[in-house]
Write a protein that binds this ligand. Structure first.
Ligand code: GLA
Length: 388
């Protein structure tokens, strides 16, 4: 990567490399913007950015994946408009850094990512966090503020009203652990996963066009639910504050769709807590059941699944050694995550790939979900992967 950087941007004294991982969410879907709980792990799949300062006030960003170079004048960054392409994540971050009082200086950036695009494994947050670290170039910055700044970049510049999960886990991920995030207090705790099991993500390889607009609709529907429930329980500020019993009492006052959206969120929050308990008690069967309940709730109440995801979940549950499976991320394509016994992995990979290909004529991507460290500077360049 360093050689590739020098070839493109010329010989430079010192090149630094920053890494930010993608994620898979084990449980707690569409709960983050309702200020509830989520349980993601940071992945080995990550975005790497090699960078060095450059004279002349230009910010040059080259994507190895896309083989595209984009160039900006740092004094004009504030007036750049979204281009609806990959650079928006980096430019959005640059604008937020400037807003936070951090000057963005002329620099060259070379981006390499092993997080598959559009896979629901959070390639956008990985690019945002890696860009922020590259532009900070080693300057001190509070880690929680970093996650929040990257979320603001996505909300304000890219225009996606996302929650905090993806940026947070990219920053705070930890090897060997899942991370339970409280999206209201923005604190977290590390959750040890039982021995002898593993998680595998399977990529449908589709991203339905609906995903962006449906996400916005869900955010609005949740706000409508809060408004309706607060008419009865004035203390309720978000769905996080609503117990399953309270919801049952008021559900008939809400439009049916709104009530179902709220039921997903309220029951999903409870499932995260039960899943963490089950994990701490090495109750693998219990964990698996909760994942399937989560999927059914996303499929029928929240309606963010799709044929391909449902097929992968149902097919996984037929395979020996599988304890549970569900869609992960925003939905309408992307990946499922499956909990299975370690010794069943190779058989699972073969069978799920064959079944999916037979049905849809597409070979699914399959990724191991070994929990990895959160974002930071790469000191050992040998660990940087090449592009497949
Ligand atoms: C996307 C968003 C996250 C979260 C998930 C659904 O990944 O970026 O903030 O809302 O969808 O859980």
């Amino acid at each position: 990567m360093i050689a590739s950087f020098r070839e493109r941007f010329g010989p430079t004294q010192q090149v630094r490399v920053f890494r930010a991982p993608g994620r898979v969410n084990l449980i707690g879907e569409h709960t983050d913007y309702n200020l509830g709980f989520v349980l993601p792990v940071a992945l080995d799949l990550a975005t790497y950015i090699a960078t060095a300062p450059s004279a002349g006030g230009r910010l040059r960003i080259y994507s190895e994946n896309r083989q595209e170079l984009r160039e900006f004048d740092v004094s004009q960054l504030g007036s750049v408009q979204p281009a609806r392409e990959w650079t928006d994540y980096a430019v959005g971050v640059a604008q937020e850094l400037v807003r936070a009082g951090v000057p963005v200086e002329g620099a060259n950036l070379l981006v390499r990512s092993t997080v598959p695009d559009g896979s629901g494994l959070s390639s956008s947050a990985a690019l945002e966090v890696a860009s922020a670290l590259a532009m900070l170039a080693g300057r001190e910055f509070d880690r929680l503020e970093l996650a929040k700044l990257c979320q603001r970049a996505e909300r304000n510049f890219v225009g996606m009203p996302c929650g905090i999960m993806d940026q947070y886990i990219s920053v705070f991920g930890r090897a060997h652990s899942a991370v339970e995030i409280d999206c209201r207090s923005l604190g977290h705790r590390l959750v040890k996963l039982p021995e002898g099991i593993t998680f595998i993500a399977v990529n449908t390889m589709v991203k339905h066009a609906l995903s962006g607009s449906a996400y916005r609709d869900r955010v609005r529907e949740c706000a409508a639910a809060v408004e309706g429930i607060a008419a009865v329980y004035p203390d309720v500020q978000s769905l996080r504050d609503v117990s399953p019993e309270q919801l049952e009492g008021v559900a008939s006052r809400l439009p049916d769709v709104v009530a179902r959206r709220a039921r997903h969120v309220v029951t999903e929050d409870a499932r995260v807590n039960r899943f963490v308990e089950a994990s701490l008690h090495t109750d693998v069967t219990g964990m698996g059941k909760l994942m399937v309940e989560s999927h059914r709730s996303l499929q029928h109440d929240y309606e963010v699944s799709c044929t391909e995801l449902d097929f992968l979940v149902d097919a996984a549950l037929e395979i020996e050694g599988v304890c549970g499976s569900r869609m992960t991320g925003g939905g309408f394509g992307g990946c499922t995550v499956t909990l299975l016994r370690a010794e069943a992995v190779s058989d699972f990979r073969t069978k799920i790939a064959r079944n999916y290909e037979e049905k849809f004529g597409v070979v699914p991507g399959i990724y191991s979900c070994e929990p990895s460290e959160g974002a930071g500077e790469v000191k050992n360049f040998e660990t940087i992967p090449s592009l497949g």
